[in-house]
Write a new protein. Structure first.
Length: 112
């Protein structure tokens, strides 16, 4: 794959910022997770299952801006329809730290 192909592939991935408007425990998930309802502005509201319980409780997440891939097909997780992939990085212990802007930006803004 040459540099133009890599760049083109990256441009096809929609990474957008959104605000968590609802966060619920997800006790039926095989791996502990939290259900997130995220407002992506003009790009709409989406649900996501996020494996972030090592670092976050649902009540800490409402109002927080997060980044997610918004143009992947939805995926069924323990009967729940996850409509986007919330992004994060593992810390030194492997717990996921959510990715998001350090200053508020408009919901739905795309990462470039």
């Amino acid at each position: 794959m040459d540099a133009d192909d890599v760049w083109s592939a990256f441009q096809n991935v929609e990474i957008r910022v959104g605000t968590v408007v609802e966060a619920l425990p997800f006790p039926t998930a095989k791996v502990p997770a939290i259900k997130l309802r995220i407002d992506f502005g003009a790009a709409g509201m989406r649900w996501s299952s996020a494996r972030i319980t090592d670092r976050y409780a649902p009540e800490q997440l409402v109002g927080r801006q997060v980044m997610a891939v918004t143009n992947l097909p939805s995926k069924r997780i323990a009967g729940f329809k996850s409509e986007c992939l919330t992004l994060g990085f593992p810390d030194a212990d492997g717990a996921v730290i959510l990715a998001g802007p350090d200053t508020p930006v408009p919901d739905g803004a795309r990462l470039y």
